[in-house]
Write a protein of this length. Structure first.
Length: 251
């Protein structure tokens, strides 16, 4: 009578099934062991010992560190900056929601030429967003360059975001999925909001909980680095998985 009731997921059943299928597909494409043994990358000096000053040189150092973490040869990819704020992208997520965004990064690869990653110069102001963008574009190198995933697949971009969680970089991409900033100066004050990536915070929360569940992590230390909203969705999803979850990686 006074019970708290059964845990409830912060996402729809359709979204859950899609996310579970993403983990299943990535396990078959990359190997389950890669996720199970992944070290979760965090915004700490241990993982990012280089000084970041917003220069192109520091961008290159950060790129090399993220690439090596993701097992991509940094010498096989060329990194450039762009500043065309008018470019926008959109994708229809498999669970029926249209997500649009001004791209933080772009991926270009043609047969016989070197793979190119272009980073929007606005990302240089935010190291957390920069890591998330570099990781997302390097995810394209992993999935698209060898043809593991069809570039025209309906859920290619959202699945690439799931790949970040699968490889241990989900803290960065989840924390930058939605950014709210207040500003004030001598003349104006207000707020701005922006999105980075293709998954909403609720789905990132479930993806991270699925990641922890598959690895047998009940209260992972890395969860304390999640933004408040993400941490709430992560906890709710974890409670649901504890009651109802089963592994999807062996299917």
């Amino acid at each position: 009578m006074f019970g708290l009731g059964k845990p409830k997921l912060p996402i729809s059943e359709e979204s859950r099934l899609w996310m579970d299928d993403c983990f299943r597909r990535l396990g078959k494409l990359l190997g389950v062991e890669r996720m199970l043994h992944a070290v979760v990358m965090l915004p700490v000096p241990e993982h990012f010992p280089d000084v970041y000053d917003g220069s192109e040189e520091s961008l290159r150092r950060m790129f090399c560190r993220v690439a090596e973490w993701m097992q991509v040869d940094p010498e096989s990819v060329e990194v450039q900056l762009f500043s065309d704020a008018g470019v926008t992208t959109s994708t229809l997520l498999p669970f029926g929601e249209m997500q649009g965004a001004s791209p933080g990064g772009l991926y270009r690869h043609a047969p016989g030429s070197k793979t190119q990653i272009e980073i929007h110069d606005k990302q240089m102001k935010d190291p957390m967003a920069l890591v998330a963008t570099l990781a997302h574009e390097l995810g394209h190198v992993i999935l698209l360059r060898p043809g593991l995933v069809d570039r025209e697949a309906r859920d290619m971009e959202p699945m690439n975001d799931v790949l970040m969680v699968f490889l241990g970089l989900g803290v960065f991409n989840a924390n930058t999925a939605f950014q709210f900033k207040q500003f004030t100066n001598n003349y104006t004050q207000g707020w701005s909001a922006s999105r980075l990536g293709y998954l909403p915070e609720e789905l990132f929360g479930y993806a991270l909980a699925r990641f922890a569940f598959e690895r047998g992590e009940v209260e992972p230390e890395w969860a304390k680095y999640l933004a408040k909203n993400i941490r709430v969705y992560f906890k709710r999803s974890g409670e649901w998985l504890k009651e109802n979850g089963r592994s999807v990686l062996g299917e």
